[in-house]
Design a binder for this molecule. Structure first.
Ligand SMILES: [Fe+2]
Length: 287
């Protein structure tokens, strides 16, 4: 299949991560009302890979009324271990079921030597790593028959072997593999704080045409470092960076991730409204 000939995914608006805590609230809501506020959902692929059972029941119910994109955490695209085609087969079956507008995972590795650390670990930003990851992305895209999106991760370490900044690495991998980008604005902020770079340089270094989705999230600031916890509301400096991101990458679907300390759905909808207002203001200024 010629991946480069496949159509680009649509703009979806403003969405939320699909979380167990909100299943009932979503299903009890009036669809038209909720769809005007939450235009789409992002489901964690790994939560729906087992056939039968409640997770797929809820996913199917939500999918009836909303676009659902799939977001994975275990592709380990940067690892030296062989690609896990058993996982990819299950993912492909889930894609056939959900028909997501796009599928994403992270630009990272999650383990090596068959050991899974269950964390999203950064890669060294080298030409060798670009070649390695781009080749694996090409294999994954050929297997799935579609482009994937790669997300920038938060990081707490850097490698002495890195030759270029992270944004150049992300851009080079995606250009070479012809894949797309899920830009996590909070992750850029977290890593810029931890590694002391200007987050605006990051935005300026990413190709506009490849960015399909934004993530926003909260984090925990420990004073001299930040941990990306997804358990707090988005902070003002990240909202400011989001405004900058919308200025550079207009009409990119935006979504808020909350994975811990999950509030009622209404609270996240209010936060999503804030994103919507910022994007509208920036777009009006740019018009
Ligand atoms: Fe994210």
């Amino acid at each position: 299949m010629n991946i480069s000939a496949t159509p680009l995914p649509p703009y979806l608006g403003f969405g939320l991560g699909l979380r167990v805590d909100h299943y009932e609230s979503i299903l009890e809501s009036r669809v038209a009302d909720l769809r005007s506020k939450v235009n789409w959902f992002e489901a964690i692929s790994e939560n729906y890979l087992v056939p039968g059972g409640k997770p797929l029941y809820y996913l199917d119910r939500v999918r009836r009324d909303w676009p659902v994109v799939l977001h994975g955490v275990s592709m380990s695209i940067g690892s030296k271990d062989p690609l896990d085609f058993d996982y990819l087969k299950k993912l492909k079956a889930l894609i056939a079921r959900v028909e997501p507008p796009w599928v994403s995972d992270h630009l990272c590795f999650t383990g090596v030597g068959g050991k899974n650390l269950h964390d999203l670990l950064p890669l060294p930003y080298t030409e060798e790593a670009i070649r390695h990851v781009a080749d694996r992305v090409t294999q994954v895209q050929d297997f799935l028959g579609r482009r994937i999106l790669l997300e920038n991760v938060s990081s707490y370490i850097t490698y002495r072997s890195s030759e270029i900044p992270e944004w150049e690495f992300l851009s080079a991998v995606c250009e070479r593999a012809d894949c797309e980008i899920l830009l996590d604005v909070n992750n850029i902020y977290v890593s810029s704080f931890n590694h002391e770079f200007d987050p605006r340089d990051y935005l300026a270094g990413v190709p506009v045409a490849r960015v399909r989705q934004f993530h926003l999230a909260g984090h925990m600031n420990h004073g001299d470092y930040i941990v990306d916890t997804h358990d707090h509301p988005v902070i003002d400096p990240v909202w400011d960076l989001y405004a900058e991101a919308v200025r550079r990458f207009p009409n990119v679907s935006t979504m808020i991730e909350r994975d811990d300390n999950i509030p009622p759905l209404g609270e996240l909808i209010a936060e999503l409204e804030h994103a919507r207002h910022i994007a509208a203001r920036v777009m009006a200024e740019a018009a």
